[in-house]
Design a protein around this ligand. Sequence first.
Ligand code: PML
Length: 272
Amino acid sequence: MRAGKGGGHISGAEGIFDEKDVAKTLQEYYRRALAHSRGKPDALVLKAELLPAPPLSITALPVSTLATETKSPKEARQRAVELLISAGVSRRAASAALKILRTGGLKGAALLDAEEGIRLDAEEKKGVRASMLGITKKAEGELSAGLRRAGIGEVHSRVKDALIIASKVASAPGVLAELCISDDPDYTTGYVAGASLGYMRLPGIKKNGDRGGGRVFFIRSGLIKEGRQLDQLIEYLGRTPVMVGKISSVNDIITSHEPRKSKTTGKQNRKK
Ligand code: PML
């Protein structure tokens, strides 16, 4: 589902479903699009397509929430920068990402070189989409239960959608980390994510009413130069069907983060 107004983006959602569930899912997306806090759309596209290939199965990143809510958006952003640096992103690239998200207006994610902080995707296309993604019913049930136990059940569908995207993105070859700040003016939680970070929620990363936000994917520096194709990465993100089939963990609120000693990076995390 894609909804927009005046040529700009309002909301989007997608999933991978059994054919018998498609009609009710489209209705649910229609309802969601019309009730969005960014306003009523003047254009709404609902599309259903058959998967081009059987989905790969991935494990969701472990979910944690950092205790940033009582502090200022500035502090939450500083925490985001520290976390990104711990994942191997340079300070320059992290700052460049924050600048892009301050402006907002993206339809997909900006791709940044994790070292140089330069934009790798074609800016005029307003970002690259992570698409063809979903979650199995079993994993969704486990995730819902985990989110409820951790006290974040009330924003369940938003966290679920974002976790699926972040888990697919973290499984992509060459992606080091992701920074997301919601572009909804009334939703102020963002996250940093990656194979070594997990899915780290950052409440209060922007002020209520702020219309900025979006996603930035940090690409391992040198990967593109080594001849591995940016096109392949964009193809994986947008066209390779991936389903979350397993949940790792949903943790309580934490105050600091130790990088994961991850055995599951990139391809290792994926199986047919
Ligand atoms: C969005 O839906 O606007 C992006 C989601 C960001 C964070 C979701 C969460 O974990 O609370």
